[in-house]
Design a protein around this ligand. Structure first.
Ligand code: NAP
Length: 313
């Protein structure tokens, strides 16, 4: 990519997309557009096609999606299926017809791999088994999106690549306790407990192990792959290391500070025992890739005054 290359980020104001934008700006790319869904709605084919015809982007980061926690996936599974399917199909058709030279990077997710996997999870596990019941709509749509990218590459020669990021946390996260992911929920719970006192009750035994990645590390790998990778084969993006849930809680508590107790409610389910990504393929392509530790990532968030105000607001 050249400094003046025309770059469009769809989803550039969300958790991952905003991190991609920050990384691109840091690397001195000058011609970046990230339209909101109110300006270019990927569900509206005509408006999207018109945008592509006029803009002719050289690079498209397709990071937009309908994303949610267990509750959202459970209550709106058809919306997750429909919207995530239509967004990528509309984009591929639009690019094929009006901007066929655009290179597209599409984000899948490690949470669409089958429910049961040998650890760490390898790219070959894609579409190799029964899906997690709780996010079937999302997983089928995202999996279809990956296959669609591969088929448009095969039939129409579009330069599409697909990546599989692990669980992400970072600036612009969703701090809704009902529907957010584990790291933002813990950060919010501990910040509130630091302010108001009391104790924090967490579910399960604390022994399951989880991998999680700071958004800008994922964005760094995404930008690198856009610049240096072109193949129909998917690439995992993770840290390759994990922590027990108890270690995660202790690390975040240490960074947040304050006097309060953590209580573990053992009557609640632990969930999957282990989920870790095999990143050997990514490391082959990008040997210098070096994601930060959890404590460093959490510190980045806590050092951002605006973000902390948003979390507590
Ligand atoms: N979060 C994770 O842990 C994680 C892990 C692996 C993969 N991913 C993947 O990474 C991508 C981004 O996730 P995220 O967590 O950053 O999500 P997010 O914070 O919820 O952001 C989603 C973005 O998608 C845009 N969007 C939604 N519907 C749209 C539409 N109809 N037209 C145009 N744009 C639309 C939104 O734009 P507006 O704000 O302008 O409405 C928003 O910026 C998703 O594809 C997700 O599957 C996420």
């Amino acid at each position: 990519m050249k400094r003046i290359s025309k770059i469009v980020i769809f989803g550039g104001n969300g958790l991952l997309g905003s991190a991609v934008k920050r990384v691109l700006v840091e690397k001195n790319f000058e011609n970046i557009k990230s339209p909101r869904s109110s300006e270019v709605n990927l569900l509206e084919k005509d408006g999207l096609e018109n945008y592509l015809e006029v803009e002719q982007p050289e690079y498209i980061f397709m990071i937009a999606g309908l994303v949610g926690g267990i509750l959202g996936n459970k209550t709106r599974p058809a919306d997750f299926l429909y919207q995530n399917s239509m967004m990528i199909l509309n984009l591929l058709e639009g690019v094929r017809k009006f901007s066929p030279k655009s290179k597209i990077l599409y984000t899948g997710s490690t949470c669409i791999y089958p429910k049961d996997n040998p650890q760490p999870i390898n790219e070959n596990r894609f579409m190799c088994g029964k899906l997690e019941e709780t996010n079937r709509g999302y997983a089928v749509a995202k999996g279809m999106g990956i296959v669609a990218c591969q088929l448009y590459r095969q039939q129409y020669g579009l330069d599409t690549i697909c990546v599989m990021p692990t669980n992400i946390y970072g600036l612009n996260d969703n701090y809704d306790l009902e529907n957010g992911h584990m790291i933002p929920s813990l950060i919010k719970k501990f910040l509130v407990a630091k302010k108001d006192g009391g104790s924090v009750t967490l579910w399960g035994s604390g022994t399951p192990r989880r991998e999680t990645m700071y958004s800008e590390d994922c964005a760094d790998a995404i930008v690198y792959l856009m610049e240096n990778y072109s193949s129909e084969k998917i690439v995992n993006i993770g840290t390759g290391f994990d922590y027990s849930v108890k270690e995660i809680a202790d690390t975040i508590k240490e960074e947040v500070g304050g006097e309060y107790k953590i209580e573990w409610d053992n009557s609640k389910p632990d969930g999957t025992f282990e989920k870790r990504t095999d990143i050997s393929k990514l490391k082959n392509i990008y040997p210098e890739f070096n994601p930060r530790s959890l404590s460093k990532g959490v510190r980045e968030i806590l050092d951002n005054k605006k973000e902390v105000e948003r979390i507590l607001g």
